[in-house]
Design a protein. Structure first.
Length: 249
């Protein structure tokens, strides 16, 4: 799955993954969220989900695809058929209500809790996904889930498909069932550090863009204040002139 560039900055605004353009505080908040995300990791997870459900996700943006919970329910049903017998689907071309979306995500989380051996530290919450509050935790959960089913840790133990490679060095060592040994650690650690550095560079770039937006917002506010003062002075002068004319008459 290919994605757009993480953020497009132009004309003082920021273009989001779904094509909206944000300004001011909205743009700064969006950049703050994006700075915490890992596009490469999200692409890996999206590819894994598509390979499992044998269906292409509706968006290049992972959050947009998973936000309504439909594809998460499809995922667990593919890994263990019938584990979520009913979940909300859009009707007559209308999007799901946000409560239906949260209910779908909740059903997915319940299925993960009761049928897959996923550590609680790896689980995400409904708000982590639905509010895009912590997509890193969402990725962590899905990565752990892919390894759990691959190693037969689910109660069904029948899945024999692909899994997502760990992104943290200590997870890589723990996942030795894939033929990874401690002798591989130095090379894996270098790869991990490179990915970490790449994320830090992306974060720095996003912080710079946030600073530009803040500067533009400040300059705009100063301009508005100056214009207001100029108009006020003009009105005062007009009032003075009116008083002078009144006295003359």
């Amino acid at each position: 799955v290919e994605t757009k560039p993480e953020v497009s900055y132009y004309s003082g605004g920021v273009e989001t993954d779904d094509g909206r353009v944000l300004y001011g505080l909205d743009a700064a908040s969006y950049l703050k969220i994006k700075a915490k995300e890992d596009p490469e990791w999200e692409r890996e997870i999206a590819s894994w989900i598509e390979s499992v459900i044998e269906e292409k996700l509706p968006s290049n943006d992972l959050w947009t695809s998973l936000k309504n919970g439909i594809y998460l329910c499809k995922l667990v049903n593919k890994l263990r058929p019938g584990i979520v017998p009913r979940f909300a689907l859009p009707k007559a071309g209308k999007d799901l209500h946000h409560l239906e979306e949260r209910e779908n995500i909740g059903q997915f989380l319940d299925a993960c809790k009761h049928s897959f051996n996923i550590p609680s530290s790896d689980m995400f919450t409904i708000s982590d996904l639905h509010k895009r509050a912590n997509m890193v935790q969402v990725c962590q959960h899905l990565s752990a889930m892919s390894r759990a089913v691959r190693h037969g840790a689910s109660s069904s133990g029948t899945y024999d498909g692909p899994s997502i490679q760990p992104t943290r060095i200590w997870e890589t060592v723990v996942a030795g069932g894939d033929g990874i040994h401690t002798d591989d650690v130095p090379e894996l650690y270098v790869e991990y550090e490179l990915r970490k550095s790449k994320r830090e560079l992306q974060k720095i770039d996003l912080e710079k863009r946030r600073a530009l937006i803040s500067r533009d917002s400040i300059m705009k506010d100063l301009g508005n204040q100056l214009s207001f003062k100029q108009n006020l002075l003009k009105e005062i002068e007009q009032l003075k002139q009116f008083l002078r004319d009144s006295r003359t008459n």
